[in-house]
Design a protein. Structure first.
Lengths: 181, 204
């Protein structure tokens, strides 16, 4: 005697080869959305890394800009306040056209160096990494009130400006009081 | 009579009917994850490299600042250049004994050691016996000799320095008022030259 086979053994309707199957796959839209999200996330990560790198490069460049400004101010300050020839007008004296002829700090008024022509006080070129910078110096008569030194003092204000290719500037100023006669 | 079918057969039958991955599907899945994995590894490597570079560059910024500050300080507090050449500068710091000539206790040498690629500064050992020189002495040979003894010890200023040179605002270095120092240091992947100008104390 055989009983009817138990229901559990009955073949369940399943996908068979060749049959149209109701299995759910990703649609094109879903895949596109997923890859767009992935692309944006990747882009954000890459951007963050690149931005960090840019900041670091900028720090190195700023260091050079500041170093050139310091060097320029140092160069101006190496000259005496009072012109040995007795000239009292600000700016280079007649016959003193180049920086090696300058003999007082006011002679640097209006002096500048354009990009690709940055040289040290001895005339030797700066390294290429500095050559994208440009610098300018102004010297003006000024009276500053210095309370600790008993009021007004006449002197000269030296302003050194170094500009990088991005237009950012480093400006250094120094007031030099007129030495007593 | 009812013969219950053995349960093991049912399980077997079910298992047999469950569809596994075909070889092609498996290969596709593996190669897909391999591509994604490779992309992730490449991204991580690139970001690690970028981080390394950024660290080196930041270290370079700091090194330039400290090295140039110390070089400038050493030059500013000095009175006159006594001798110079490739990789060295001999300074007369001050005429502290007032005899108008340099002596061992009054000189300083900024130098780069080629063998160790180190920038260093030599000052007289305070315990040494002072030696009085004249301005016309050859301070290159004097300091070269001193450097090999214990009377002129050095302090390291920077490692991995591949170049050091000096220029002056006067053709005669001993008459110069401005000293420009160029030095090149390496930090990781970067080798960079920096310039610092300082005026000597004899400048107005």
């Amino acid at each position: 005697m055989r009983s009817s086979p138990p229901a559990t053994t009955a073949p369940r309707p399943r996908c068979r080869a060749g049959s149209r199957c109701k299995r759910h796959a990703f649609t094109l839209i879903e895949v596109l959305i997923a890859s767009t999200i992935l692309a944006f996330v990747t882009l954000a990560v890459v951007n963050a890394i690149a931005a960090g790198q840019q900041q670091t490069i900028a720090a190195l460049d700023d260091g050079r800009t500041a170093a050139l400004a310091e060097a320029t101010l140092e160069e101006v300050l190496a000259l005496p306040y009072t012109d040995p020839d007795g000239d009292t007008t600000i700016g280079p004296d007649s016959g003193e056209s180049t920086r090696s002829d300058f003999d007082a700090l006011d002679d640097y008024h209006g002096w500048s160096q354009a990009a690709n022509s940055i040289t040290d006080p001895g005339g030797t070129n700066y390294p290429d990494t500095f050559q994208s910078l440009q610098r300018a110096v102004t010297v003006i008569d000024q009276t500053q009130s210095i309370a600790a030194l008993g009021g007004d003092h006449t002197g000269r204000l030296i302003t050194v400006t170094v500009t990088d290719p991005g237009g950012r500037t480093v400006t250094l100023q120094r007031f030099i009081a007129q030495p007593p006669a | 009579m009812i013969h219950p079918s053995p349960p093991s057969r049912v399980v077997l039958a079910r298992t047999a009917r469950r569809r596994g991955l075909t070889l092609v599907e498996l290969l596709l899945a593996i190669s897909g994850s391999a591509v994604i994995g490779a992309a992730i590894v490449a991204m991580l490597t690139a970001s690690a490299y970028a981080t390394d570079e950024a660290n080196d560059m930041r270290a370079l910024v700091v090194r330039h600042k400290t090295i140039s500050a110390r070089l400038a300080a050493n030059i500013r507090e000095s009175k006159q250049v006594l001798a110079t050449g490739t990789d060295y500068l001999v300074l007369w710091v001050a005429d502290s004994d007032g005899d108008e000539v340099p002596s061992l206790m009054e000189i300083r040498r900024i130098e780069r050691d080629n063998a160790s690629s180190t920038l260093r500064i030599r000052d007289a050992n305070p315990a040494a016996t002072d030696v009085v020189y004249t301005l016309t002495d050859n301070f290159t040979t004097i300091t070269d000799t001193l450097a090999s003894g214990s009377d002129f010890p050095s302090v390291d200023l920077a490692e991995q320095a591949s170049a050091l040179s000096f220029t002056f605002n006067d053709g005669d270095p001993t008459a110069a008022t401005l000293v420009t120092v160029r030095y090149t240091v390496t930090e990781g992947k970067f080798t960079d030259q920096h310039v610092v100008t300082a005026r000597l104390r004899n400048a107005p």
